[in-house]
Write a protein that binds this ligand. Structure first.
Ligand SMILES: Nc1ncnc2c1ncn2[C@@H]1O[C@H](COP(=O)(O)OP(=O)(O)O)[C@@H](O)[C@H]1O
Ligand SMILES: [Mg+2]
Length: 258
């Protein structure tokens, strides 16, 4: 397992866009949540999205996956406009993996059955499907948990299961919505290692959001801060915590790492 650095320092000098949000605006009824938001996510980057509760982080994930349509603006993946492509087609064609904040698995199926369910949807060839599921079982050390119903798994085990389910389709981009919420420190460290390994070993682009900065900043290459429907700061973890706008709108004056 890769070690978590205090700050990840990988730089993306040559911008190599995998995903682009182009002037995305979002209204719920008449209330504006996102205001002409532009964002580029580079291939194999781990991007952190920070911002207070209710700022629109989950809405951004829903717009990327197609669960919601933006009021204005476009979603481009590999330069292709996929704003009007429906959820399933978008997930399959552009290999988008999504781990929602809550749920994402079937409570009354065992861990193994949950993996199979997704495997059967995505991989037609039985042998290839079995090999993929077996690879994921060993990667996540699931052997002792296979027969346990998902509802009886611990919070961390449930989160690992949903990440594993998202990996069956070999995503090129994985979206993680507040993966560290309500977990203990050791489980958070384990998930941070999984995230870093997904980037370095599996070459997956990862976008992770949280309303708390500390756990997120120790495993991302770059972070953005959202406020009032806009990105108000973007940079490496140590750049972003020094950013004056980010401090005044989100971190506060007292914020320090360690
Ligand atoms: N379906 C909806 N209808 C109306 N308002 C919504 C809906 N979904 C989210 N919102 C509102 O949009 C804002 C952003 O929500 P969300 O993206 O869930 O924020 P975050 O994930 O950053 O906490 C919140 O104020 C929320 O109440
Ligand atoms: Mg949310």
């Amino acid at each position: 397992m890769a070690l978590i650095k205090k700050f990840r320092i990988k730089k993306f000098k040559d911008q190599n866009a995998l995903l682009k949000l182009d002037k995305i605006s979002m209204f719920y009824n008449k209330r504006q949540i996102l205001n002409s938001l532009d964002l580029i996510i580079n291939k194999q980057e781990i991007l952190g999205m920070l911002g207070p509760n209710g700022v629109g982080k989950s809405t951004i994930f829903h717009i990327i996956t197609g669960l919601k349509n933006p009021s204005f603006g476009k979603v481009l993946i590999n330069g292709i406009d996929c704003t009007n492509i429906p959820i399933y087609e978008r997930a399959t064609k552009f290999r988008i993996g999504y781990v929602p904040q809550h749920g994402g698995f079937i409570q009354d199926l065992t861990l193994h059955q949950n993996l199979y369910l997704v495997g059967e949807i995505h991989i037609k060839e039985k042998e290839i499907r079995n090999m993929k599921i077996q690879k994921i079982i060993s990667q996540f050390e699931f052997d002792p948990l296979l027969g346990i119903k998902a509802k009886y798994l611990s919070g961390g085990q449930k989160k690992k299961l949903v990440i594993a389910m998202a990996l069956i389709n070999d995503p090129s981009i994985l979206l993680l919505d507040e993966p560290f919420a309500a977990l203990d420190i050791l489980t958070i460290k384990m998930l941070q290692e999984i995230i870093v390994n997904l980037q370095s070993i599996d070459k997956i682009t990862v976008v992770v959001c949280d309303h708390q900065a500390r756990d997120l900043l120790s495993c991302v290459d770059r972070a953005i801060v959202l406020s009032n429907g806009k990105i108000i700061a973007s940079g490496s973890p140590d750049e972003i915590i020094k950013d004056a706008s980010a401090r005044s709108a989100y971190f506060g004056d007292e914020f320090k790492i360690n």
